[in-house]
Design a protein around this ligand. Structure first.
Ligand SMILES: NC(=O)c1ccc[n+]([C@@H]2O[C@H](COP(=O)([O-])OP(=O)(O)OC[C@H]3O[C@@H](n4cnc5c(N)ncnc54)[C@H](O)[C@@H]3O)[C@@H](O)[C@H]2O)c1
Length: 356
């Protein structure tokens, strides 16, 4: 097992990465938090596969709360329901929430942890590839509103993150590929080495290297978050592909394409624009498309109208009046931030036949 420390002063924490140790996590948690009552929060799918066995590994009785699976659970309604459940069980300030699931559970539980009783500790046990490489580290927590995704939330770092890659064995292929979009993103923005390593793999043989790959992604995220916890500068590069990704997700009301699939489309769009503006080395988009194809990520999407795209970008929480910080890459492994006029970008993509 490998360990990383995210150094954020008094909010520092460790990330344990390995496989075959998930049944030992309860004992570690109990020894780390001997005076806390444990509240496990999970979703119905994770609960079905792992819930009973996981809970049985705790020595002391704990409470398990099972929520519906899916993005719909990152809502005011589930937030209220979870808070009510925890309060009815008599949660106290020194108790511990265990977020056991994918990014949806991690984001919601992290936000409840930031706010219930004005703050209760939580640990993350991410069970999807996306959550193991991205959402469980860095402390961004929150829920969606009718105006868009993640619009209500808090920066709230976990006490510890436990990553057991054995959980990935029960993911369906689409959800695994979904997480691969974020893994490929790390290669694009930060590590040509990682990008090249991924190029030599496919969705079957990647499992022989998965621990190392997840470690590399977490280490990149660690570095970025340590440098810029609240996203004033460097952390923005993690949004590579996310502005157009968000357009794709939102245009189809989060139902047609997953987050990772949408980010895949977003990375292709911004890289194409980068090549058009001579900001990105020629041929980069072709390399990204080739890698996305290997991991079954789509690069073609049902067309969206120009007006819809523009409206969604203007409502993006990162937009200021008419411009938004776009993340470009000069070449694979090197990203930078460039604020650009939203209408210009939309018109240029329209010229490239991107919209209906
Ligand atoms: N906080 C952050 O920094 C950050 C970063 C990226 C994404 N996110 C958020 O993460 C969310 C997406 O996370 P996700 O892709 O993990 O989605 P998810 O939590 O909905 O999980 C995807 C599906 O996989 C199932 N699942 C989870 N673990 C499983 C396992 N081991 N075996 C079988 N099935 C399993 C879930 O029940 C669900 O159906 C989005 O809401 C996104 O906004 C947050």
């Amino acid at each position: 097992m490998k360990e990383l420390t995210v150094n954020l002063g008094e909010y520092s924490y460790s990330v344990l990465i390995g496989n075959g140790f998930w049944k030992d996590i309860p004992k570690i948690v109990e020894s780390d938090f001997p005076d806390s009552k444990i509240f496990i929060v999970t979703d119905e799918n994770v609960n079905e596969i792992y819930g009973n066995e996981f809970e049985s590994c705790f020595s002391n009785p704990c409470k398990r709360i099972v929520l519906r699976q899916g993005e719909g659970t990152k809502s005011f309604k589930s937030y209220e329901q979870l808070c009510d459940n925890l309060l009815s069980f008599g949660i106290k300030r020194n108790d511990l929430l265990v977020a056991f699931g994918g990014g949806v559970i991690g984001d919601l539980v992290g936000f409840v942890s930031a706010t219930i009783l004005r703050g209760v500790k939580f640990v993350q046990i991410p069970t999807t590839l996306l959550a193991q490489t991205d959402s469980s580290i860095g402390g961004k927590t929150g829920i969606n509103t009718k105006f868009g995704k993640n619009l209500v939330g808090a920066f709230n770092q976990p006490q510890k993150v436990f990553i057991d890659t054995d959980f990935l064995k029960t993911l369906n292929n689409r959800i695994f590929s979904d997480g691969m979009a974020e893994v490929i993103k790390y290669g694009c923005i930060y590590s040509e080495n990682l990008f090249q390593k991924l190029n030599k793999l496919n969705e079957v043989n990647i499992f022989s290297e998965i621990n190392e790959i997840i470690y590399e992604c977490c280490d990149i995220k660690r570095h970025v978050v340590e440098t810029d916890e609240k996203e004033a500068g460097l952390r923005k590069i993690l949004n590579f592909g996310h502005t157009f990704g968000h357009v794709i997700e939102k245009a189809f009301e989060y139902e047609r394409y997953t987050h990772g699939e949408s980010v895949a489309g977003g990375m292709v769009a911004i890289s194409l624009l980068g090549e058009k503006y001579n900001l990105t080395e020629k041929g980069t988009t072709a390399r990204i498309i080739n890698l996305l194809n290997k991991f079954n990520l789509p690069i073609k999407f049902e067309k969206i109208s120009k007006q819809t795209a523009e409206k969604i970008i203007q409502n993006d929480k990162k937009a200021t009046s008419n411009s938004i910080d776009f993340i470009f890459i000069n070449q694979i492994g090197k990203a930078f931030v460039k604020p650009l006029d939203i209408s210009k970008i939309i018109n240029d993509l329209d010229d490239m036949n991107y919209f209906s």
